[in-house]
Design a protein around this ligand. Structure first.
Ligand SMILES: [Zn+2]
Length: 369
């Protein structure tokens, strides 16, 4: 099943009727520096109170189930973005029904969505003039297409854009819509229109808004707090919003050169400069105790920057044949105190087999008698 398709996004415009003094109405799409959001005569359309309740359908996502915890985890990750003061709060929708226009934000599985749509966030908002522009989000409902196969397990590198679809990853994306962000297809980002969007970060495969997404929520809901974090990713932007795995070789011989791609995102509220170490490891967990292959000194990124680069490394000649992981770690010597240190290291999303150098077979003896 081809799941590499954009998710449809419904914009349901709701107008407060009966305002006789409605003299002007302007809807404009926003083109921000990177991230996108709606505007009303230049004003940001958002939850004006800086928070909202999301009512989780208990028939779709039973209380205490892995679905429930993945949803709440995705909400927490948006709430946890520093420099932004937005908060999702958890409510329960127990009646098994949902509707747009009831003033309640509902989250549910929807069997009526078409096959090409993974999930839909329906947003009701207002924008009108009444002695000044009045704007804000009124309601956001999130429906996940139950015709797809979903998983609450960890993201799989072996099927990076296919079924089963990672529920937490899509939830993080849809919740980004719910708080007011639109698609941003020019970078590797959670708000990419194409699954797996930005993808998960680091060895632990954590679904966290990327640098650009963080800039977006900070712009909508600034609160002046700060954070410092550089995150590693196994994915890269491959055009038109879609993302794919970084490349790396699957085999090499001792002493040979290999080239890998690597991606990092500056999650911070400020520009960061840091080193990046490259390693060969006997397992997927990349650390400074693995075989050191090289260092990029003085890498840097402005807030919101996410980039993919390549690095050529030499496999040491003394390495024994076997199966290994190439990988990297940002700020390997912990010069930078980060809010999240567990997303700094990333193995390549596939193994590399080191073969013995080809040794010419011994000459065949010719026996004469
Ligand atoms: Zn979307």
């Amino acid at each position: 099943m081809n799941t590499n398709r954009p998710r449809k996004f419904l914009s349901l415009y709701s107008l407060f009727a009966g305002a006789a003094t409605l003299v002007a109405l302007l809807l404009a799409s926003s083109e921000g520096y990177a991230y996108n959001y709606r505007t009303c005569s230049g004003n940001k359309i958002k939850y004006n109170g800086g928070w909202t309740n999301m009512y989780i359908s208990t028939t779709s996502f039973p209380i205490g189930s892995s679905w429930d915890s993945r949803l709440q985890n995705a909400m927490w990750h948006w709430n946890n973005v520093k420099g932004a003061g937005f908060n999702f709060y958890v409510g329960r929708d127990t009646d098994g029904t949902h509707s747009s226009g009831n003033g309640v934000n509902e989250v549910y599985f929807d069997s009526s969505l078409s096959g090409s749509t993974l999930a839909v966030t329906s947003t009701r908002y207002h924008c009108y003039w009444f002695f000044g522009y009045q704007q804000g989000i009124d309601e956001t409902d999130i429906g996940f297409n139950s015709n797809y196969s979903w998983t609450t397990s960890a993201y799989s590198y072996s099927n990076p854009s296919g079924s089963p679809i990672n529920f937490e990853g899509v939830a993080l994306h849809e919740l980004g819509h719910a708080l007011g962000l639109l698609h941003e297809d020019r970078w590797l980002a959670t708000m990419n229109a194409y699954y797996p969007d930005g993808g998960p970060l680091g060895y632990y495969k954590e679904w966290d808004p990327f640098g650009d997404d963080r800039l977006g929520v900070r712009t909508l809901y600034p609160d002046g707090t700060t954070e410092t974090d550089i995150a590693a990713s196994p994915l890269k932007w491959i055009g038109t919003g879609s993302s794919g795995l970084v490349s790396s070789p699957t085999s090499a011989t001792p002493g040979s050169a290999v080239t890998i791609e690597f991606t990092f995102s500056n999650q911070s509220t400020s520009t960061q400069t840091f080193d990046i170490g490259f390693y060969l490891s006997s397992d997927a967990y990349i650390s400074t105790s693995d075989t050191f292959l090289g260092m990029n000194y003085g890498s840097w990124g402005s807030p919101g920057f996410t980039g993919t680069f390549s690095r050529t490394l030499t496999i040491p000649s003394w390495i024994s044949p076997g199966t290994y992981y190439l990988g990297f770690k940002v700020d390997p010597n912990n010069f930078t105190g980060e809010s999240v240190e567990s997303n700094n290291f990333q193995q390549m999303p596939r193994t590399i087999t080191i073969y013995s150098p080809i040794i010419a077979p011994p000459p065949v003896g010719i026996l004469t008698r």
